[in-house]
Design a protein around this ligand. Structure first.
Ligand code: CTP
Ligand code: MG
Length: 181
C-alpha cells in the first residue's frame, strides 16, 4: 500500500474511534435536557455532554499518541501543530456529525436507537470530513481528496460498515450499548 493511501486511513483513526469512546463515556448530562420541537425531542437521550466531551478528548489523546508513534513510518501530520488540532477536529467533527444525524432522525419521528441505515454508518464520516474541510481545507484536500487520498477514503468507506457493526455488537454484549446496531 502506498504511503498516501496508508496516511489517509491512519489520519482518519480519531474520527473512527470517537463514537465508540462516546458510548463508554456517554450517558450523563443529556444535551437537549429533554427539550422538544413540535413534540419531538431535539436530539434525544442518546446525545450527552459526557459522550461529546469524553469522546472528543479521549479520541484526541489516543489519536495524538498514535500520530507520535507512527511519525517515523508515516508522515502524517506536522506535529505538534497543526497536527494535534487536526486530530481533535476529526474527533469532534465525527461526534458532531453523529449529533446532526440524531437531530434529523428525531425530526423524521425516529426514536432514540431506532435503526436508520446509511445514516447510522456514515454520519460521523461526513461530520469529520466536513469539519476538517472547513478548518483545514488544504490538509483535508491533500490527505483525503488527492489521487491516493481518495483511494484511502474509498477503503475507509468500505470498511466502516463492518467496523461499525463489529464495535456495536461488542458494545451490546458488554452492556455499553442498548442495541446491537
Ligand atoms: N453517546 C452519548 N453522547 C454522544 C454520543 C453517544 O452519550 N454525543 C452514547 C449514548 O449512551 C448512546 C450511545 O453512546 O446511547 C450510542 O450512540 P448512538 O448510537 O449514536 O446513539 P443512540 O442511542 O442510537 O441514539 P440516536 O438514535 O440518536 O442515534
Ligand atoms: Mg444509534
Amino acid at each position: 500500500m502506498s504511503i498516501g493511501i496508508a496516511t489517509a486511513i491512519f489520519a482518519f483513526i480519531p474520527a473512527l474511534i470517537a463514537n465508540s469512546l462516546a458510548v463508554i463515556f456517554g450517558g450523563r448530562f443529556v444535551i437537549d435536557a429533554g427539550r422538544t420541537i413540535g413534540g419531538k425531542r431535539i436530539l434525544g437521550d442518546g446525545k450527552t455532554w459526557s459522550g461529546l466531551i469524553g469522546g472528543t478528548v479521549s479520541a484526541g489523546i489516543i489519536g495524538t499518541l498514535l500520530a507520535y508513534a507512527g511519525k517515523q513510518s508515516i508522515s502524517i501530520h506536522t506535529l505538534p501543530t497543526p497536527g494535534i488540532y487536526i486530530i481533535f477536529t476529526l474527533a469532534f467533527g465525527s461526534l458532531m456529525g453523529d449529533m446532526c444525524a440524531s437531530f434529523i432522525k428525531r425530526r423524521l419521528g425516529r426514536k432514540r436507537g431506532e435503526k436508520t441505515p446509511f445514516v447510522d454508518q456514515y454520519d460521523f464520516v461526513i461530520g469529520a470530513l466536513f469539519m476538517s474541510w472547513i478548518l483545514y481545507p488544504s490538509w483535508t484536500k491533500t490527505t483525503f481528496f488527492s489521487r491516493q487520498g481518495l483511494i484511502g477514503l474509498a477503503l475507509i468507506l468500505i470498511i466502516v460498515p463492518f467496523l461499525h457493526r463489529t464495535v456495536n455488537i461488542i458494545g451490546y454484549k458488554t452492556g455499553y450499548k442498548k442495541e446491537p446496531w
